[in-house]
Design a protein. Sequence first.
Length: 202
Amino acid sequence: MDNFADTFGGPPEPPVEDFDGDGNNLEADPAAEFLAREQEELAGLEDDDDIKPVVTNGLSSEFETSRRSPSPVFNEAPQRERPPREEPEKIKRWREEQQGRLQKKDEDEEKKKAEMKEAARKELDEWYKTHDEQVVKTRNANRSAEKELVADTEPMAPGTEWERIAKLCDFNPKASKHTKDISRMRSIILQVKQAPPMKPLN
């Protein structure tokens, strides 16, 4: 059996340095050390009656205050109003000249309107004058024609038949230039008018 252990090897034996003179293992147990430390710390906490205040250097309190309180909103700096831009001299002069030209055009237009109204009034007066004159002439001509018609309706005197016939004929050659040549008939009517034929004796 010992030979088997020697051959295949058994669990390694602890070195001799880890044991004291009584044979106790000098290597400490980690679990035991942890429990011992915890007990010491708990005993220390039980001995302290009062909780010591936390001493700060003032920076943490300022930080907490600044963190809790809202940061002040700074108003924007008021913007300075820019002075109005001065108009160049050339533009001022052009504006004045343009205003003068427009004013002159308006005056010329009003003047032309007045002249046109005056010319239209004169033409209208002239037309009324001509119309009235024409009406008077037409009225007089109609009256003369009416008198002649009344005279023609009266009984004819012997020997005036051809004279009435001559009145009904147009002897103006210019008025009938586009019609047939009736010059021979006109000459006959004029001769008969001047020398009516003798009536046959019964």
